[in-house]
Design a protein around this ligand. Structure first.
Ligand SMILES: [Zn+2]
Length: 458
């Protein structure tokens, strides 16, 4: 099938950051096959199915380089008690979900992701196999990293840091199993990744073996880095260096690495990341909630590709972009840098570079896979549309997004989700989320909890 979106505005996201007006864009065989002045494009493709694009703007799909979909079950609670959380439960609501319930929250998160213009996400979690079929059924572009560590968590309460060979081997096996089962599936729409958890929970052996496995499978790898003061103190105490130096000393830095957060990295850590060609996932909204801001300008100057991620509790990439703009201007007391176009670039092409998929996605250009979203700009908060990228980054909302296409197929069309039963999933998630958190509280009566939960679903 050949599809033409005509008489529209196209934010290409190309090197020159070109915005095309009165443009047409043609999609066939999952890719963009033509793009240019609408009348010319239309005359070249007389048999295409036509969508009228006036009053709409077509953007490259947003790329979420760091998320944990199940954390949507902890929404409204874990945003506000610090990281690591000061709530002393042995787990959180999401930790009590059974596989059926994890499928529900995986889909709930994808609803929010798609409605905020996300076409690609890097999911990092344990036992992704339990809900991966559901994720695949959404039609989203998925990169899957099994969250693994090898620390002996029974010893950490006593301040001891020991690692378990058996845990390392089991984690690497789970990673290999997921990659073997899914890498390249659904016409290459699903890819594998390695995801050792964080410097303080991962041994030198696991760092080295994760990178080796990523190279063997020709996939990328990610880690949480410089996420908390607790991490930095633990690495300084156990390894005698800063977290990035610990990774460097164990051959972990490289151009396949997506280092998530990088909130507190110092100048020598930034230089190491840049020299290695490593990418960074700037998780601006959760960072702001944690009172922390990554040094994005310095990381870019050092040579890092910068993508953006939502991390926990929210999948709203429109909010992530706006938080990224605010964050960086406030951090450096700079009212002009970054510009909205810079932030859109982080959330699209930058993310594609970080994940190693920029030959295929990240911009709207001929030959690229058709991952895009359309915005209805006839909204009070978006007109006049004098500079649409700025208007959308500063003022846009997910509800402005009417259509989302991934790999040439619509997943959201005329504001209706085509691949998920939205009402059913939202109703189930509301009920399961209340049940899980009430159970957590009931099972831990001695843990102080400063919230009065409602009596049940609202
Ligand atoms: Zn994370």
């Amino acid at each position: 099938m050949k599809l033409l979106i005509k008489d529209t505005t196209v934010v290409t996201g190309n090197d020159q950051r070109t915005v095309l007006y009165s443009a047409g864009i043609v999609i066939e065989d999952r890719r963009i096959s033509d793009i240019g002045p609408s009348m010319e494009v239309e005359s070249r493709h007389p048999l295409a199915d036509v969508i009228q694009g006036r009053g709409r703007v077509v953007f490259p799909g947003l790329i979420n380089c760091h998320t944990h979909l199940q954390a949507t079950a902890d929404k409204g609670i874990l945003e506000d008690f610090g990281f690591p959380t000061t709530l002393r439960f042995p787990t959180s609501g999401r930790g009590l979900l059974n596989p059926d319930e994890r499928n529900v929250f995986g889909l709930l998160a994808c609803i929010e992701a798609i409605r905020s213009g996300t076409t690609t996400l890097l999911e990092i979690s344990n036992d992704i196999h339990e809900y991966v079929d559901s994720l695949d059924s959404t039609g989203m572009r998925l990169i899957l990293g099994e969250n693994i560590n090898d620390i002996d968590s029974t010893k950490t309460r006593d301040g001891k840091v020991e690692f378990l060979d058996s845990k390392r081997e089991a984690g690497l096996q789970r990673s290999a199993d997921l990659i073997e089962a899914w890498h390249g599936k659904s016409n290459g729409r699903v890819l594998g990744f390695l995801a050792p958890h964080a410097p303080e929970t991962v041994s030198p052996e696991l760092l080295r073996e994760s990178r080796e496995m990523a190279e063997r499978y020709d996939v990328g790898y990610t880690i949480h880095l410089s996420q908390s003061y607790e991490e930095i103190e633990a690495i300084k105490r156990v390894r005698g260096v800063m977290p990035t130096h610990y990774l460097f000393a164990n051959d972990f830095l490289g151009d396949r690495l997506v280092a998530a957060h990088c909130r507190y990295v110092n100048s020598s850590e930034i230089a190491l990341l840049g020299q290695a060609g490593s990418a960074v996932s700037h998780n601006a909204a959760i960072g702001a909630r944690r009172g922390a801001a990554a040094p994005v300008k310095e990381l870019v100057a050092a040579g890092c590709a910068v993508g953006m991620g939502s991390d926990n509790m929210s999948e709203d990439m429109v909010e992530v972009m706006r938080a990224g703009l605010f964050h960086e201007r406030v951090r450096r007391n700079d009212e002009m840098d970054p510009q909205p176009e810079d932030v859109l670039d982080w959330a699209t092409y930058g993310g594609a570079r970080a994940l190693g998929i920029s030959d295929d996605v990240g911009t709207l250009e001929v030959g690229k896979k058709a991952d895009l979203f359309m915005v209805n700009v006839r909204k009070a908060h978006l007109v006049p549309t004098l500079r649409i990228v700025s208007a959308f980054v500063h003022n846009g909302m997910p509800s402005d997004i009417t259509d989302v296409m991934v790999d040439g197929s619509w997943v959201l069309r005329d504001s209706k989700l085509l691949t998920i039963d939205e009402d059913d999933i939202i109703a189930k998630a509301e009920e399961i989320g209340h049940r899980a958190w009430n159970r957590l509280i009931a099972e831990n009566p001695n843990v102080p909890f400063p919230i009065n939960l409602p009596p049940g679903p609202l």
